[in-house]
Design a protein around this ligand. Structure first.
Ligand SMILES: O=CC(=O)O
Length: 420
């Protein structure tokens, strides 16, 4: 019997890489550079291979299966999502699929809460601008001078802002909003969705709504009675919306202009909120509003969102703020309008950061806590960005699971972690 040939598209986290390197009786082609394996090289290498260990950034489509040929027995992806794999074609060819569920639930849920907090408390604008345009600060750096604390600083006194418009001229800071007594809408109450809701209950969220296929009685009960509602109901009733579902034909583009239009918003400037303008007279776009809700966070897949529609919704103040871990494409081009909004915080699906970029993020965050700037830098610093699961523990575990799936598949055994 010939030695099985495997293709591994990236260097794995240290301990699973070591395990991979110890394998005997396999012929391995591994892409060792700290960027995605070029497509033509992948196609070239996969010819006649028995197994593929890939990342969420590798497209495993008809073309790849065709080129691989009949020997391919297993595709092991080091990710929980497998929307990059053409599962219909894979099944038809009798190829097994391995993935890495569960281990990244906590890390991704933490990232979701981090983004929700950052968006809800307006971290990007408050931190980068110090709250005072009057001091001639730019929005991408620390202010040259911090304003002293005051009782109305960055707070939601709409009328007062109008009266003192000369003081607040041009400032368009929307105050933060806390979670207490608010409603959370979870799109997809799977493992990650439940973990997010569980965490946010501790922050004082009073009601959890969820949408998606079917009622999740057990998860709903664990959350103290989460309510299953239709998607449009969730949009209309939730103060915060988190996307935690898989990307499928059904969920692709589900957050379009119409969806954003249906979300709650207390941001000033949209037609629905004109009463604020009436009340507030001269209040400009995005001025002070009490408790801005209508916050959208996506840590699932960029494909859930029609990005131009999100930009338009932010532009028109249809929603109060957004937090994104995932975008289309990844990395997001540095000229994307989404990066320009003060109320849109974007982090690069940090899974595949290079060590250099990772160090830069860590250092810059520690040194000056300038999240927006450091992450922006990352976009241009690395070729492949994918954060949700980027903790050392999670990544190591994912690597081991991916190797175990690959080996089981090569031996024709049942994969330890398979989605179907
Ligand atoms: O996004 C991360 C994953 O699917 O593992």
């Amino acid at each position: 019997m010939s030695i099985p040939r495997i293709v591994v598209t990236r260097v794995l986290p240290p301990t699973s890489q070591a395990a991979l390197e110890k394998l005997s009786n396999v012929e391995m082609v591994q892409w060792k550079e700290d960027r995605n394996m070029p497509r033509d090289l992948l196609l070239n290498s996969i010819k006649g291979a028995d197994g593929l260990l890939c990342m969420l950034t590798d497209k495993v489509d008809q073309e790849l299966f065709k080129v691989a040929g009949p020997k391919l027995k297993v595709v092991s992806t080091m990710s929980v999502g497998f929307d990059h794999v053409d599962t219909a074609e894979l099944k038809q060819r009798g190829i097994k699929l391995g993935y890495t569920p569960d281990v990244l639930t906590d890390a991704t849920a933490d990232t979701t809460v981090m983004l929700l907090l950052a968006a809800a408390r307006r971290l990007k604008e408050h931190q980068s601008c110090g709250g005072w345009r009057d001091l001639n600060v730019t929005c991408h750096n620390y202010p040259t001078q911090w304003r002293e604390w005051g009782p109305n600083w960055l707070c939601a006194f709409c009328l007062m802002a109008t009266v003192s418009r000369h003081i607040f001229s041009q400032s368009n800071f929307i105050p933060g909003v806390q979670f207490t007594s608010k409603t959370l809408g979870v799109v997809g109450l799977g493992r990650i969705g439940e973990a997010v809701a569980h965490r946010l209950r501790a922050f004082g969220i009073s009601r959890v709504l969820y949408s998606g296929r079917g009622t999740k009685h057990e998860a709903a009960a664990r959350l103290g009675g989460a309510l299953h509602v239709p998607f449009h109901g969730l949009l209309a009733k939730s103060d915060f919306i988190v996307v935690c579902c898989a990307l499928t034909e059904e969920t692709k583009g589900m957050f379009n202009y119409d969806a954003f239009r249906r979300m709650k918003s207390s941001a000033v400037g949209s037609g629905r909120n004109r009463w604020w303008m009436v009340l507030g007279g001269e209040i400009g776009e995005g001025s002070y509003v009490m408790g801005a809700v209508g916050i959208f966070v996506n840590t699932a897949r960029g494909g859930h969102v029609v990005q131009d529609d999100l930009a338009r919704a932010l532009q028109e103040n249809l929603i109060a703020a957004a937090g994104l871990d995932v975008t289309t494409p990844e990395p997001l081009p540095t000229d994307s309008p989404l990066l320009g909004f003060k109320n849109c915080i974007v982090v690069p699906h940090i899974g595949e950061l290079s060590h250099k970029a990772r160090m830069f993020v860590i250092l810059s965050n520690i040194v000056d806590l300038n999240i927006s700037v450091s992450f922006l830098f990352c976009f241009s610093a690395v070729s492949s960005c994918a954060i949700g699961s980027a903790t050392t523990e999670t990544r190591d575990e994912m690597g081991h699971m991916a190797v175990a799936n690959l080996l089981a598949g090569l031996k024709g055994e049942t994969l330890p972690h398979a989605p179907f």
